[in-house]
Design a protein around this ligand. Structure first.
Ligand code: NCD
Length: 328
């Protein structure tokens, strides 16, 4: 996958030095170099974490004595909070930095911020940044572990893993899956990482539903061609709905249009899921969304059992607890 700054994605640090119990990832920057076995290990560990959280006492000592710093240069609710709750459930000490209230606001560079966090004893940094590739740069200057909580339009690996966990739980096998990804496929990082992750499975068919301005970028399409994954680019949503097991709806990412306000206005509200859309979908199917939702899913859809987005958000906690445990 392409990124704007830092090391070429896919070369995620000196992983070999951290090889332990079959886990070779020092950082989680993207999903591209995860093997199927590693993905299975994350899924199985997440299921164990879910069991831990069902106990009367939810806290376990796994990460006692370790320090996790969370710093987000972009807004977030689910990713930031679920990482914080995950780290606390595992007994880590958590430092939460609001980037806009830190020296970042005075113009401090990413590298200086990362070096300072390291000097103050962090073992792990969970970060989100508006610039694609920023976590790769951070990983070059940090002795601990970097977890990417979303970098620009580029990638959102922990979201892709929780999406996979959700599909598994709700639909079953990933092999043979039919999925529609809808909305802002050019600037939405979640669909890019999810397409990459799903390309590792057999016989997955992807339908990319987007207006021409927001088409899935060529680097992902090229990767899918190389992996011989069948994909279809569509502009009409209704046509695709009866075909798929998952409709993965996304927000049109206004903040990434910059001063192209007219382009944003052309695209906003272009695909809205309503009860009529659900009527066209299979009875055994789900609607997913990384959230936040704006107008692209009508509130009436929430009442339908196929509305899976809040269950999906909850699964993020299990998957992030699993990743924190595995990386540290
Ligand atoms: C998404 C993100 O930040 O990429 N949200 C999330 O992490 N759950 C999607 C979005 O912002 O629209």
């Amino acid at each position: 996958m392409t990124a704007e700054v830092g090391r070429a994605p896919g070369t995620v640090g000196p992983g070999a030095r951290h090889e332990r119990d079959g886990w070779r990832h020092r950082h989680v920057l993207d999903v591209d170099d995860f093997t199927l076995d590693e993905i299975e290990l994350v899924m199985a560990t997440a299921a164990e974490m879910k069991e831990i959280l069902a106990r009367p006492i939810k806290k376990v000592p796994t990460l006692r004595g370790t320090s996790v710093t969370i710093i987000f240069w972009e807004a977030s609710t689910r990713t930031r909070v679920s990482f914080e709750v995950a780290a606390k459930n595992l007994s880590a000490d958590v430092v939460n930095i609001a980037a806009q209230a830190s020296s970042v606001a005075k113009g401090e560079s990413l590298v200086d911020t990362i070096r300072t966090i390291e000097a103050l004893g962090a073992d792990m940094i969970v970060m989100r940044h508006a610039i694609s590739g920023a976590p790769y740069l951070a990983a070059e200057h940090f002795g601990g572990h970097i977890l990417n909580g979303g970098d620009g339009w580029h990638a959102h690996p922990t979201q892709a893993l929780l999406d996979l966990y959700t599909i598994r739980k709700e639909i079953g096998a990933i092999d043979g899956l039919r999925i529609a990804m809808v909305g802002d496929l050019a600037q939405g990082r979640t669909v890019r990482s999810l397409a990459y992750l799903l390309s590792k499975f057999q016989d997955v068919k992807m339908y990319f539903v987007a207006p021409p301005l927001l088409k899935m970028k060529e680097d992902i399409l090229e990767h899918l061609r190389e992996r011989k994954v069948q994909f279809f680019e569509e502009t009409a949503l209704d046509k695709v709905l009866p075909e798929v097991d998952v409709v993965y709806q996304t927000r049109i990412q206004k903040e990434r249009f910059g001063d192209r306000i007219e382009d944003y206005e052309k695209c906003r509200g272009i695909y809205i899921l309503t009860l009529d859309s659900l009527a066209r979908m299979k009875t055994k199917s789900i609607v997913m969304h990384p959230l936040p939702r704006l107008e692209e899913i009508a509130m009436e859809v929430d009442q339908d059992p196929r509305a899976g987005y809040f269950r999906q958000a909850q699964n993020g906690l299990y998957v992030r607890m699993a990743l924190l445990t595995m990386v540290l």
